[in-house]
Write a protein that binds this ligand. Structure first.
Ligand code: NAP
Length: 253
């Protein structure tokens, strides 16, 4: 059985990736922080499509919690190893720089980038032993495009893109690929919360996204599925945008 660990798999993009990887034949380890009901729903959706999965809650920003959860998983899966790791868990705490309280700065950095480090270092050693692995990191269009009120988030997502390229070259000889996905505006709670914080609920997506719609979590999941597959064995160190041309194109007025 091939295992895939998806952090932040209880909702949004992570849930869609869990379901897609289950359809692809992976036994999915659904990580989340605290929303047990949402994680159970991901589990139900996976079983509905005939897949297998298990829940593994931990806070990706707490190194001790990551290690304790991974120790527990490894004890009950002595002969198994995680072939695919999707570092997807992420949060936003949007405000202009002077409004960002230290707690919110650290939470965004801890979850979006330090979490990548804590989880990846636990999973990578077995990938190296097995000479195979796929690491997929969730970045954002905010890593490369300036958005007001996202200094903390942009910094963390730019960091994960740099980490993706560096780690990719380190582990290439072991046939492990490391790539990042940089979504634009995807229809999830994170986006709706962001719009609420910006008092922008009425923004007309059709005016700012050239494809005239939000992206769907499932569309991001298709990309993750491809990057996890054997078809993507020679693609590494890349950041792939999925954005309906949002932020990449200025329409002529
Ligand atoms: P979401 O709907 O808010 O879901 C966030 C997920 O992350 C939930 O499963 C949540 O678990 C989990 N999570 C949060 N903090 C965690 C922690 N400390 N430890 C473990 N899990 C944690 O977000 P989303 O929109 O799907 O975003 C997923 C990823 O895509 C994020 O990295 C985000 O930055 C990125 N992204 C999203 C968009 C977009 O437009 N939606 C655009 C660009 C990039 P609980 O359910 O337990 O809270």
């Amino acid at each position: 059985m091939k295992y895939a660990l998806v952090t932040g798999g209880s909702r949004g993009i992570g849930r869609a990736i869990c379901v897609q990887l289950a359809k692809d034949g992976y036994s999915v380890i659904i990580n989340y922080k605290s929303n047990h009901a949402a994680a159970e729903e991901t589990l139900r959706l996976i079983r509905e499509v005939g897949g297998t999965a298990e829940l593994l809650p931990f806070d990706v920003s707490d190194m001790d919690a990551v290690n304790a959860a991974m120790d527990k998983w490894e004890t009950t899966h002595q002969d198994d190893f995680i072939d695919v790791l999707v570092n997807n868990a992420g949060i936003i705490k949007d405000d202009v720089l002077l409004g960002i309280e230290p707690n919110d700065w650290h939470a965004v950095v801890d979850i979006n980038i330090n979490g990548f480090y804590y989880v990846t270092r636990r999973v990578l050693s077995n990938m190296i032993i097995n000479h195979h692995g796929r690491i997929i990191n969730m970045s954002s269009i905010a890593a490369t495009h300036p958005f007001k009120g996202q200094v903390n988030y942009s910094a963390a997502k730019a960091a994960i893109e740099g980490a993706t390229r560096s780690l990719a070259v380190e582990v290439a000889p072991k046939q492990i690929t490391v790539n990042a996905i940089a979504p634009g505006l995807i229809a999830t709670e994170l986006l709706y919360n962001s719009a609420a914080e910006h008092d922008n609920l009425d923004i007309d997506i059709k005016k700012i996204v050239p494809m005239r719609r939000l992206g769907l979590p499932e569309e991001v999941a298709y990309l993750a599925s491809f990057l996890a597959s054997d078809k993507a064995a020679y693609i590494s160190g890349q950041v792939i945008g999925i954005n309906g041309m949002y932020g990449t194109f200025v329409e002529k007025l």
